[in-house]
Design a protein around this ligand. Structure first.
Ligand SMILES: [Zn+2]
Length: 231
């Protein structure tokens, strides 16, 4: 069975803009990809669109973008800007991990100014622990994720130190097209030019890694230790 990469984000835009290139490349390489968003990001609604309506637009865009990349999309509808750091939420993420059994998980780095992003980071850490815990009885069997990465995100930049560069040259066009499903990608809902930032970032990271386009990932500091008897 092909191994699965799961991207878990606070908001759909974070999932697709900051983790989508990685997911697309994993699928291109023969793996499975699952996007998980813990909220709909509905409070990012512009003044002329009601919050509820914007949430539905975000849901539709996510389903379309996931389909374009051949990935699955899972949604936990916690209220945007109020994502709780609670065991109940960590267990909900644990259940999604046990259901899809990802080999690799990618999520937010902790160095964020955004409280939903910080809480997502913490929830995923706890969810990985619960998912692997054999004595934690849930619907599905325990599952241990092999590798955890953090994504590069303009809102989570504090102390982000990448150690892994992934060549996404062969999927970059497909990934950018999927991101275009979201009105916020082209700056239609706020001031930030997501399209310019993330497409340029892929070029910049490509320059540093010798690829045409790349994403930079950060390993969990706890996973950087090697235990060896010889070098
Ligand atoms: Zn976000």
């Amino acid at each position: 069975m092909a191994n699965t990469l799961m991207a878990i984000a606070a908001h759909p835009g974070d999932a697709f803009f900051t983790m989508g290139g990685t997911v697309a490349q994993h699928i291109q390489n023969g793996g499975n990809g699952v996007f998980v968003s813990l909220t709909l990001g509905e409070k990012g609604a512009p003044a002329n669109i009601p919050v509820e309506r914007y949430g539905e637009m975000q849901r539709a865009a996510s389903q379309e973008a996931a389909k374009m990349l051949g990935a699955e999309f899972e949604l936990l509808t916690y209220p945007d800007a109020e994502l709780p750091f609670k065991d109940q939420a960590a267990l909900a993420v644990c259940d999604i991990i046990r259901q899809h059994k990802p080999d690799i998980v990618i999520t937010h780095w902790s160095g964020s100014w955004h409280k939903d992003h910080q809480n997502c980071h913490l929830l995923v850490r706890d969810a990985l622990f619960y998912a692997a815990l054999k004595t934690m009885g849930r619907k599905d069997q325990p599952h241990t994720v092999r590798k955890l990465f953090y994504a590069e995100n303009w809102e989570d930049a504090d102390n982000f130190k990448p150690d892994t560069y992934l060549d996404i040259s062969s999927v970059v066009e497909k990934w950018l097209k999927a991101c275009d499903a979201y009105p916020m990608w082209r700056g239609q809902t706020g001031f930030f030019r997501y399209n310019d930032y993330y497409s340029s970032l892929a070029v910049m990271r490509g320059c540093l890694s010798g690829f045409r386009h790349a994403v930079a990932l950060m390993s969990d500091p706890n996973e950087r230790v090697s235990r060896v008897r010889t070098l």
